[in-house]
Design a protein around this ligand. Structure first.
Ligand code: ADP
Ligand code: MG
Length: 267
């Protein structure tokens, strides 16, 4: 295609030399046509047409899904201190959004952070996940300081989160969103991916199986190939939880996880 395409284009362009006034207009129209109607290119268009979208080509082996334990047992190592935040101060301009907050979380426990709107719950999550760097105070996770680490590095140490305002990749499918959370499980380099080595295929299959298991865990297995932006709000929130769990976190932070979700039985 890369050889034939440019050759045809060159011939076409040569032929257009006969109508110099229209040349730019015609090329402009071609570009607009491609941008609007063939965003994946000609090959992508044909592939999507005949292979009912590359996304359906998931072909996940069912037995692999069975093998995967969606969410590992949280009770392991019960009781040890996982997170210790001490005297955290977060100054936003003239406002102390957090003022000398202490928070200790032990492994295997569940905590609720309760307070009215604007009391600093989301700010605390943003401090714990590196979105904000606290003005003062210490945040330690498994004995290691998190202050000043980038959000991605904090995620890599084992803290996953969801957001009060859903932050999904809208144009990617539910499954692909969870796969993003599984990014850390891939070790194949660019060359391996380009050459589609057996190692890469194995990792890809494993990750897809695990992503499906996570979707099943939050009850979204039937919507794996749905674009995230098309999911109802409540399901988007569940998808965020699945993506967070994909990180295999030691600590899971849920910012207002129940907002917008009806109780079971209310539809
Ligand atoms: P909650 O999640 O408990 O409703 P927030 O953490 O969102 O509360 O907000 C706590 C306070 O901090 C609010 O008064 C908010 O306006 C303020 N705040 C949070 N982030 C910022 C920021 N980046 N700049 C200025 N003020 C902020
Ligand atoms: Mg909030």
């Amino acid at each position: 295609v890369p050889v034939v395409g440019p050759t045809l284009l060159a011939v076409f362009s040569y032929w257009l030399g006969a109508v110099p006034d229209w040349r730019l207009t015609i090329f402009g129209a071609m570009i607009l046509f491609v941008v609007y109607y063939l965003p994946d290119g000609i090959v992508g268009f044909v592939r999507n047409l005949f292979f009912s979208t590359r996304r359906a080509a998931l072909s996940v082996k069912k037995d692999l899904v069975k093998e995967q334990e969606a969410v590992p047992d949280a009770a392991r190592g019960h009781g040890e201190t996982l997170l210790a935040a001490k005297q955290v101060l977060m100054q936003c301009g003239g406002l102390k959004a957090l003022n000398q907050v202490d928070l200790t979380v032990k492994r295997g426990t569940i905590h609720g952070l309760i307070g009215p709107n604007g009391s600093g719950k989301s700010t605390m999550m943003n401090v714990l996940t590196g979105i904000y760097v606290p003005t003062a105070g210490a945040v330690e996770f498994s004995g290691k300081s998190l202050v000043g680490l980038a959000p991605a590095d904090i995620a890599a140490t084992g803290i996953a989160r969801t957001f009060q305002n859903v932050q999904l990749f809208g144009e990617m499918t539910a499954l692909e969103n969870v796969l993003v959370g599984l990014h850390h499980t891939f070790t194949t380099g660019l060359a391996g991916i380009a050459l589609r080595t057996p190692k890469w295929k194995g990792e890809e299959q494993g990750a897809r199986a695990r992503a499906l298991a996570l979707l099943e865990f939050v009850g979204l297995e039937g919507m794996a190939n749905e674009e995230a932006r098309n999911l109802p709000y409540g399901k988007q929130r569940l998808l965020e939880i699945a993506r967070a769990l994909a990180l295999d976190p030691q600590l899971l932070l849920l910012d207002e996880p129940a907002a917008g979700l009806a109780a079971a039985g209310n539809g």
